[in-house]
Design a protein around this ligand. Structure first.
Ligand code: HEC
Length: 434
């Protein structure tokens, strides 16, 4: 009860500070976000625990966390550490006591030292990101779904694109980890130049010739132009910055941070496409009924809406606006190996998860979330639009289109890997290879 009370107080504070009212209309049909039961990895795990099929085990040092990660198939190597006081439990977060995040393709977990609250965000293929709190107390692990409490921050036009979603910010943290508001902040994803990323995060690993804002405390009068991205860059260990003993690993791996940056926004765009597609279908149906048109008639407005959200999704799937890397990026944990090990691979051994880490994140730039249930569960018109446009881009014979970052060889490789590894593609994909 005490935990709940302090949570509520924090939440109240967070609304005041965030100052953004959540757009509530996803609580209306056809989405009904809060009302529909969730069907994500955490909801499924909850059901299996309740049925006695799975039991979590308690660890004296880390509580339920290691067992939870194991059951949800989240690699410990995905650990990244964020020390800015930017999230829910910020009173417990400080530069020498960062918050630890762990993730796989669909679930994100946050823990904070000295707190019994485990924060979880998990992807429902149709409804988008679901939020949970779990309690890290020996008496028993229980996860409870949350809505408004988390959406105060996890829904904003600026951060998540107006859907319940995920966030990755880069701030200028002061001595105690509080963001220096006058210096501003960036919402970051794979499009953000490295020198703007990871303010308020620890970063272990090298980043070529480019620096970043991680591993740094800033003075109160800092202006963004005067920040030195090389000051905190190139650290392969956090020794001397904090005691990493209480954490599962001593890493805040740079490759994990790069993948996290991509995924966070990719998930938000998938959610947006899912919502917008269903709303567009509903609106057409209402109009068709009102005007006595055939119920499957598709208006121009409908087509425009699908194209607009579909094209944004495709650009992000193809890393069309990715910020370049220059020089070798290398992490310190086994994250890169663990990430690549998931495949799937074609007969030549290639995978969409193969990392480049010299010029860009991926060798074959198409998001691994093309394999996600969220992608497959997109409303049919959006799903069809994105695949049709994807095929057009991948089979283009010149590169003077809006996807000119992809060479013809890139496109061919992506097409070949996709045909070999993704079942259920429209027949045009395989035909294009003949
Ligand atoms: C005060 C604003 C705020 C509130 C309230 C909040 N969060 Fe967050 N959350 C953040 C920010 C900002 C990040 C990005 C990482 C960081 O800065 O710590 C984040 C990141 C996360 C992440 C990692 C995935 C991601 O989006 O990057 C999880 C998991 C998470 N939050 C869960 C929750 C849950 C569960 C709740 C509700 C119980 C919640 N959060 C409430 C601000 C908030």
């Amino acid at each position: 009860m005490k935990v709940l009370k302090s949570l509520l107080l924090l939440l109240l504070l967070s609304t005041l500070i965030a100052g953004v009212a959540p757009a509530e209309d996803y609580d209306e049909e056809p989405i009904a976000y809060s009302r529909r039961p969730a069907d994500d990895a955490v909801a499924r795990l909850q059901r299996r625990i309740a049925a006695g099929e799975v039991t979590l085990t308690w660890d004296d040092r880390h509580g339920w966390l290691p067992s939870l990660l194991k059951q949800l198939d989240i690699p410990v190597s995905s650990q990244v550490l964020v020390f800015s006081k930017t999230s829910l439990q910020r009173e417990f977060i400080a530069p020498d006591r960062p918050r630890a995040l762990y993730f796989n393709d669909e679930v994100y977990i946050g823990t904070v030292q000295h707190s019994e609250v485990i924060e979880i965000a998990s992807t429902d293929p149709r409804q988008g990101t679901m939020f949970y709190v779990g309690n890290n107390r020996r008496s028993g692990m229980k996860t409870e779904r949350q809505t408004h409490e988390c959406l105060q921050c996890h829904d904003s036009n600026a951060f998540t694109g107006g859907v319940p979603g995920l966030m990755m910010r880069s701030v200028f943290p002061g001595q105690d980890g509080r963001p220096i508001l006058t210096a501003g902040s960036h919402v970051t994803d794979h499009r953000s130049p490295l020198p703007q990323r990871w303010g308020g995060w620890f970063v272990t690993g090298t980043t070529g010739t480019l620096g970043h804002l991680g591993n740094q405390i800033f003075s109160e009068n800092i202006t963004p132009e005067h920040a030195d991205p090389l000051r905190g860059a190139g650290r392969t260990s956090l020794v001397g910055l904090l005691d990493t003993d209480p954490y599962l690993t001593p890493h805040s791996d740079v490759v994990a941070l790069l993948v996290l940056g991509h995924q966070v926004q990719m998930h938000n765009l998938l959610t947006r496409a899912s919502y917008e597609g269903r709303r567009a279908l509903r609106d057409d149906l209402v109009m068709n009924e009102a005007l006595g048109r055939p119920l499957d008639f598709r208006s121009d407005t409908f087509r425009r809406r699908i194209a607009s959200v579909g094209e944004a999704l495709l650009r992000f799937l193809l890393y069309a606006d990715e910020a370049s890397l220059t020089g070798t990026v290398r992490g310190t944990s086994t994250f890169a190996a663990d990430f690549q090990a998931h495949g799937p691979r074609d007969t030549q051994g290639r995978s969409l998860r193969d990392l480049d880490l010299e010029r860009r994140l991926l060798k074959h730039p198409l998001s691994h979330l093309i394999y996600s249930q969220s992608f497959d569960a997109l409303p049919p018109p959006i799903h069809a639009y994105v695949l049709e446009r994807l095929l057009t881009v991948l089979t283009a014979t010149v590169t003077d289109d809006r996807y000119n970052r992809l060479t013809l060889a890139d496109r061919r490789a992506v097409l070949e890997i996709l045909v070999a590894t993704k079942p259920g593609l429209p027949p045009g994909f395989a035909t294009a290879l003949r």
